[in-house]
Write a protein that binds this ligand. Structure first.
Ligand code: FES
Length: 109
């Protein structure tokens, strides 16, 4: 496996507490990027309940992403579902470099 790094967006492209789904590379991968309380987070782009996109999903004041379809909530840091056990979103490392949000993903060679 190797760690792939993708420039997902410019920092000004992400509104506070509003998810933005962005492509990762050219193979159809994607993530949802959030800006909350001064930090950027990248999680899986589809809700694991019934695969709703997290595009425009809001973040509540507890730092939880709220799926717009049925309201399940996910912790921004861990990806864990706080509404129902057994669900979770993958989380990805983010760094800021020269005004770009870099998302790192482990991929198979
Ligand atoms: S699809 Fe997200 S909560 Fe149901």
């Amino acid at each position: 496996m190797r760690k792939a790094r993708y420039s997902a967006a410019k920092i000004g492209d992400i509104l506070e507490d509003c998810g933005k789904v962005l492509p990762l590379g050219d193979d159809g991968g994607s993530c949802a990027v959030f800006f909350h309380d001064g930090k950027y987070y990248a999680l899986g782009s589809l809700c694991p309940h019934q695969n709703a996109s997290l595009q425009d999903a809001p973040v509540d004041d507890q730092g939880q992403v709220v799926c717009l379809r049925h309201g399940y909530r996910f912790d921004l840091k861990s990806g864990d579902c706080t509404t129902v056990g057994g669900y979770g979103l993958p989380t990805f490392e983010t760094t800021i470099e020269n005004g770009e949000i870099i998302v790192s993903v482990w991929e198979y060679d």
